[in-house]
Design a protein around this ligand. Sequence first.
Ligand SMILES: C[S@@+](CC[C@H](N)C(=O)[O-])C[C@H]1O[C@@H](n2cnc3c(N)ncnc32)[C@H](O)[C@@H]1O
Length: 233
Amino acid sequence: MKFTKTIEVKNIFNKISYKYDFLNNLLSFGLHKLWKRKLVNLLEPLNGEDWADLCCGTGDLAFLIFKRVSPRGSITGIDSAEDILNIAKKKSELRKNKFIIWEIIDVLEINDYSKKFDGICMSYGLRNLRNIEEGMKKVFYLLKDKGRAGFLDFNHSNKNSLSNIFQKIYLRLIVVPISHLFNLSPEYAYIEKSIRNFPKKNELLKIAKEVGFKKAEYRSIFWGQMGILILTK
Ligand SMILES: C[S@@+](CC[C@H](N)C(=O)[O-])C[C@H]1O[C@@H](n2cnc3c(N)ncnc32)[C@H](O)[C@@H]1O
């Protein structure tokens, strides 16, 4: 069952990779860039620090963090889907950016903790992991003491709340029909299912505390549509 989800997720992101950035911009009306910037601003990466962008996809966060941590620090983008990571690599080449390190690996299969990070970020990744608690544990082990981590994702709001109803309307009447134009509707229909299985704010905070994070804060943004979880080790 768990194995199946990993394969399914990987296939989805490999399949949509060629349209990923285009559809992200279109379907969020470009707003995903603002939310990612907000996450990075909250995390305040500093020049000289070592960072990782887990589930980096086409590398949006890695590119934002690069601007903050270079030239003395480092940023590593990690993803399990080869095709989407290749797009991140291509973007690096086009920008003549040799600073960002790209690694293909399943986050849940990381077992080498010899390189620790000052900070770790993940946007729209945690929800896709087959085991969220395991994912948070990996982040915990990969962080240096007092390191910080930030996660941006859809907010799983209470059933029948206004934001929940709005989210469903948006996903069903905008996201799925538009992605259908590109023959990608099953892949984008997956988002609603994944939000349903994603822990709500208080559950995420509880998992983070159980994993061992000293400080955990959650803020919902954009009228409860998205959420940012900030953790300190
Ligand atoms: C919705 S995309 C987000 C990409 C990027 N972070 C962004 O915000 O645009 C989710 C990404 O997580 C990656 N992913 C899912 N499960 C993963 C895992 N177990 N290990 C590494 N990457 C994973 C997918 O391949 C995909 O690129």
